[in-house]
Write a protein that binds this ligand. Sequence first.
Ligand code: KG4
Ligand code: ZN
Length: 332
Amino acid sequence: MIKILAIESSCDETSAAIIRDGTVLSNLIANQTIHAEYGGVVPELASRSHQENIVPVVQSALSSANSTLQELHAIAVTLGPGLMGSLLVGVSFAKTLAYSLGIPLLAVNHMQAHILAHFAEDPKPKFPFLCLTVSGGHTQIVLVKNYLEMEVIGQTLDDAVGEAFDKGGKIFGLGYPAGPLIDKFAKLGSLTVKFPEPQIEGLNFSFSGVKTAVLYHVQKQVRFDPDYLKNNIHDLCASLQYTLVSILMNKLIKAANEFNITEIAIAGGVSANSHLRNELEMTGRKLGWKTYIPRFEYCTDNAAMIGIAGYYNYLAGNFSALDVTPQARMIL
Ligand code: KG4
Ligand code: ZN
C-alpha cells in the first residue's frame, strides 16, 4: 500500500490531498477570493495566502482521510508551471516535510496532472488517447501515450482559452474569474453575435483575435446604447462561449481524424464549462468517440490530480532530489 500526501499551489488555490494506491481519500481546496477585486490573480497576494492556508489545508486533508504524517510513503507537489511565488510555498513546504519524515519527494508537472486526473475514477481512458487540456494558462491538444509519456500536438499561439473567457468577461464588466459566470449567464441567452473564428493552420489555436473582436464590438455598441452591456449580457456570454468552444472542438475533431484516435478526453479548468462538455458528448456520439470528462472537482486546480500523477511517478521510480527548484515554465 502506497499513501501519498499531495500539495498544489501553482496559482490561487491552496490544495492538499491524500491518495492511497491511486485512489483519492481526501481532496481539500482553499480558494483565494482576494483576487476578485483586482480583476485577476495578484502574485504577491497569492503567495501570502498560500503561506497562511497551507498548514490548515494539509491538516484537514490528513484528518478527513483518517491519516497521519507517519503513515505517508511520499510527498507529491506541483513543481510547475505556475506563478513562481505561489509554487515556492508548496515546494518549500513539501521538501521540508519529505526531509523531516525521511520519505521521497515527487515533483509533478501541473499540466500532466490535469490529464492524469482522469485516472482518479472509472471509466479511465485507454492509451493512446487525445486530451484537450484547457486552463487559465494553457490550451493544448496532447497525445497521451502512457501515464508519463505525453506529446503536445497542438497549442495556443497567444492567449489560453481560459484567459479568453476571463478577458472577455472583463470587457463585459464581470468579475474575475469570469469563466464560471459566462457559463451560467450563457444558459440564459442565445447566440446573437457571431465573433470571427481565427483561421490557423494545423492543430494550433489562437484566441487573441476573438478578444479584440469582442472589445471592438462592445465599444461600438455602447456608443449607440450606454445600457448595451446590461441589456445584452446573457446573449454576449452565449455568443462568446459558442465561439470559444467552436474553436476548441474544430481542432479536436481535426486532431482525432489525423491521429485516427477515438478515445478523447478533456481536462483543466475550462473543461468545467457546460457547453464544452455537451459539445464533446454530442460530437463523440456522432463520430463514434469514447469521451472522458473528469468530475467537476477534478477539472479546476486541485491536489488530488497532483497525487494521482505523484502515484504514477512513484511506481516509475521518478523521485526528485530535495534541491529541486520550482519552474514557472515547464514543458510536458
Ligand atoms: O485549471 P485552472 O483551475 O487553473 C489554471 O491552471 O489556470 O483553470 C482556471 C480557468 C480560468 O480561466 C476560469 O475562468 C476557467 O478555468 N473556468 C471556466 C469555467 N470554470 C473555470 N471557463 C469556462 N467555463 C467554466 N465553467
Ligand atoms: Zn490548472
